[in-house]
Design a protein. Structure first.
Length: 96
């Protein structure tokens, strides 16, 4: 589901200035769409995670970057493993 910038700001409880900083830091990478950015449900969840890390856990900006990078790597690895396990399961004559 595609979400407008205004809807994203409302749902993530962010102001425009904070959103701009998070985009510049590449913590959020919205889709570029005319006339403005659009977001996904995953972007809303990511913004909430960032907000929770900063506000509730006191993680500094460098820590946020590290955590997000590690989460992105983990997600990519899980996606790659899921693709490999699906491909391996398709070999003929292999017992499950």
């Amino acid at each position: 589901m595609i979400i407008s910038k205004m809807e994203f700001l409302y749902r993530s409880h962010l102001d425009q200035e904070t959103l701009q900083v998070w985009i510049e830091e590449e913590w959020l990478v919205p889709q570029v769409s005319e006339p403005d950015f659009t977001f996904t449900e995953a972007d809303v969840a990511r913004a909430q995670l960032i907000r929770d890390l900063k506000k509730d856990l006191g993680v500094n900006d460098e820590g946020i970057g590290v955590i997000l990078n590690l989460l992105d790597q983990m997600y990519s690895l899980r996606k790659a493993l899921a693709g490999k396990s699906g491909a391996m399961g398709s070999f003929p004559g292999e017992d499950s």
